[in-house]
Design a protein around this ligand. Structure first.
Ligand code: ZN
Length: 324
């Protein structure tokens, strides 16, 4: 039994509107769900991805208006990495230049080109080229031409102080070391899929990250179904780790645990997915609430800031300011 790669990555943002503007307007992803944080229904949970936000494409945010910036460091996913076609590199460089997003091309990693940017909250995003791309559904409204579009995750980087115990856990979850270059160790559950890989860097003297705006909250991996999830839960308990019961996240079922270096891991089922409560054509347009919060819709809508989609984004040096 193996996990099936990355399901989603969840990060913390400050204000929700600039977050939507950046991930849809600049990166060209689709907002596939606007709902609330089920553990804190006074704040949004926003999901971006391909047309239906299928597992392996979904980057999600808890926007906390006014939140302080966190710091990246040990015990965190320090780079959220997304796959792009090899021919898209110069398109993205010039797109970031147009939007005055500072972009740095680093040395190649395992033969692939890497562009690094940070979003408006300081979250480190990497666009990494790959000759093999996951199959994603790009049939949605976006300014980014499909030939250059983001194609799901590509080996995010996890920073650890001592990787031995974590690597043992990852092996149990089905990850195998496939290559090593410089400080990056690449592990894969599926070497043919960009979202089937992660990179680990070991920094014994690294300072611990502080979780707030601009940092990753957790990384979720895919399991086949509920039965498999219970099996994983038992194995994790047997390792002596603290793991939550199965939690119904409405769009999938989840268990959470901290791996030995403190990174919050989730294992989530593929289904039922984001079309469980609205049709694929209208994903992300309206606030969707799980049944337990529906009776409180009026109160919840009153505290959530309004959110507009498809705003015209300015390309002025003052930064990405949307209107309309
Ligand atoms: Zn999650």
């Amino acid at each position: 039994m193996k996990l099936r790669g990355i399901h989603h990555i969840t990060a913390i943002a400050a204000d929700p509107q600039p977050n939507v503007d950046f991930y849809t307007g600049v990166l060209g992803l689709r907002l596939v769900k606007r709902t609330v944080n089920f553990d804190d229904p006074g704040s949004y949970h926003l999901y971006f991805g391909d047309r239906t936000g299928r597992p392996g494409t979904a980057i999600t945010f808890f926007p906390w208006p006014g939140a302080r910036r966190g710091t990246r460091g040990t015990g965190q996913v320090i780079a959220t990495s997304l796959a792009i076609p090899q021919a898209a590199l110069s398109y993205w460089k010039s797109r970031f230049e147009q939007f005055h997003v500072l972009c740095e091309q680093t040395s190649t990693r395992f033969g692939d080109e890497v562009l690094r940017i940070t979003d408006m909250d300081g979250l480190l995003i990497e666009l990494i080229t790959s000759p093999h791309l996951d199959d994603v559904d790009l049939d949605y409204q976006s300014e980014v031409p499909r030939e250059f579009a983001i194609r799901g995750f590509h080996a995010p980087t996890l920073e650890m102080r001592r990787l031995a115990r974590s690597e043992k856990l990852l092996q149990m979850l089905g990850f195998e070391l496939t290559s090593q270059a410089g400080e990056h160790r690449r592990l894969a559950v599926d070497a043919t899929s960009t979202s089937g890989k992660i990179d680990i860097v070991e920094r014994p003297k690294g300072s611990f990250g502080v979780n707030s705006a601009g940092t990753v909250h957790h990384i979720a991996f895919r399991c086949g179904d509920e039965a498999e999830q219970l099996d994983w839960r038992k194995r994790i308990v047997d390792l002596g780790l603290q793991v939550t019961p199965v939690i119904n996240r409405f769009y999938f079922h989840s268990i959470y645990f901290r791996e030995p270096n403190g990174i919050l891991f989730e294992i989530a089922t593929d289904g039922p997915g984001f079309t469980a409560d609205e049709p694929a054509e209208h994903l992300g347009e309206k606030l969707q609430l799980p049944p337990q919060f529906e009776p409180h819709r009026a109160e919840i809508e009153r505290v959530l800031p309004p959110l507009a989609l498809y705003r015209q984004l300015s390309r002025e040096p003052s930064g990405i300011q949307g209107s309309g």
